[in-house]
Ligand binder design. Structure first.
Ligand SMILES: Cc1cc2nc3c(=O)[nH]c(=O)nc-3n(C[C@H](O)[C@H](O)[C@H](O)COP(=O)(O)O)c2cc1C
Length: 211
C-alpha cells in the first residue's frame, strides 16, 4: 500500500474477526518495523510482549477486568482481538545510555528529561506496529491499561518491575464497529496546528524558498 494510504486509512479498530488469527509473519513484520523506530541515543529501551495464545490473552483480560462490572461494548469488542502486544518502556536503559561518555549525564538524574523519551520511543515503536497492521490489510488499536491493574499484569507475565506498560496494541482482521465518539472532535487541521516562523502565524508563506 502507498505510504500516504497507510497513514490515511489507519483507524483504531476495536472489534475483530475472532475466527481469523493474525499470521505469524504479520506479527514478525510488525515487530521488525517496531525495532526500526527512532530512539533517543539509539537506546532502544523497549520490549514487546506478544500474546497470541488464548490462555495468555485471557490472563491479560483477567488481570485488567473488574470482576464486579459487566463487560461494556468497548471491552466486548477488544476481547475479540486474536493478538495483543504489550509495549513496555525501560527508563533505566536511557539513564544508563545517557551516562555514557558521549552524553555525559553521569548523575542519572531524571531532571535531564523534560519529556520521557523512553515512553515516547516506545510510542513511536507502537505506531510502527499500527501502521504495519494497516499495510498488511489488518486493523489494530492502541489502548491503555488502568493504572491500578498494572501490578496484576506485571505479575501475570513476569514483567520486570523496572519496566513501564506504555500501552497495548490489539491486532486482527477488522469487523464492523461503531466509530469512536472521540472522532466527533474532528481533525485539527494545519490551519490550527501548523505555525510558521512564529507561534500563531498560520499562513505558510515562509514555506517558499528564501530569496
Ligand atoms: C496514547 C494513546 C492512548 C489511547 N488510549 C486509548 C484507550 O485506552 N482506549 C481506546 O479505545 N482508544 C485509545 N486510543 C485511541 C484514540 O482514541 C484514537 O487514536 C483517537 O480517537 C483518534 O482515532 P483514530 O486513531 O481511529 O484516528 C489511544 C490513542 C493514543 C495515541
Amino acid at each position: 500500500m502507498e505510504f500516504t494510504d497507510v497513514v490515511r486509512n489507519r483507524r483504531m479498530v476495536r472489534r475483530y474477526d475472532p475466527a481469523r488469527a493474525v499470521p505469524a509473519e504479520v506479527i514478525t513484520s510488525a515487530l521488525s518495523n517496531a525495532i526500526r523506530a527512532p530512539s533517543a541515543g539509539f537506546s532502544q529501551g523497549w520490549d514487546f510482549l506478544v500474546l497470541t495464545m488464548t490462555q495468555h490473552r485471557e490472563a491479560y483480560w483477567a488481570a485488567t477486568a473488574d470482576p464486579d462490572d459487566e463487560p461494556d461494548s468497548w471491552l466486548m469488542g477488544l476481547l475479540t482481538a486474536p493478538t495483543l502486544i504489550l509495549c513496555l518502556s525501560d527508563e533505566g536503559t536511557y539513564l544508563r545510555r545517557y551516562a555514557e561518555p558521549d552524553k555525559g549525564w553521569t548523575d542519572l538524574d531524571e531532571a535531564h528529561w523534560p519529556a520521557r523519551y523512553w515512553d515516547i520511543d516506545t510510542g513511536m515503536a507502537a505506531l510502527m506496529i499500527l501502521l504495519t497492521a494497516v499495510d498488511e490489510g489488518l486493523g489494530a488499536c492502541f489502548f491503555g491499561t488502568p493504572p491500578d491493574k498494572h501490578a496484576d499484569v506485571f505479575a501475570a507475565f513476569d514483567i520486570p518491575r523496572d519496566r513501564k506498560l506504555v500501552g497495548v496494541v490489539s491486532m486482527g482482521y477488522a469487523m464492523p464497529h461503531p466509530k469512536s465518539a472521540s472522532l466527533r472532535r474532528g481533525l485539527r487541521g494545519l490551519d490550527q496546528v501548523a505555525h510558521y516562523g512564529s507561534f500563531g502565524r498560520h499562513n505558510p508563506e515562509t514555506l517558499a524558498p528564501d530569496r
